[in-house]
Design a protein around this ligand. Sequence first.
Ligand code: DQA
Length: 147
Amino acid sequence: THVLVLNGPNLGRLGVREPEIYGHASMADLEREAAVWGSELGVTVDVRQTDDESELVGWLHEAVDARAHVVLNPAAFTHYSYALRDAAAQVTTSGLLLVEVHLSNPASRESFRHYSVVAGIATGTVAGFGFDSYRLALSALKHKLQS
Ligand code: DQA
């Protein structure tokens, strides 16, 4: 099982950016931790981050073509990118799993964060648990594949 763990804009600034919300650990730390979780679950994980909407859309097309499942933190694109939603929809409608994740709980923050254009096409969502959101998403994905 292959999983792309895709991260949107500003998540490359983890550790520096608003640490009271997003924590002190970096994207490199997430890559290391995700590799360990993946090996425990028996899935290969490929963690990527971009600030570029078109690159993120391209990675979702790649997931469809490579038959890879996706853990996606769309970051701010969550709230307004129909292009990202349309690309993410191609993943789930082709029978692959896509779990939307957030470090923070957007529902408890500013009102513009309350709506996700991605949520309606995702297999499921995990939000509010910091890096654990990713660990829980990988675990849920693996369990759903086995059931
Ligand atoms: C985020 C929440 C989004 O609202 C925000 O724009 C982000 C990060 C999160 O992981 O909590 O950049 O997706």
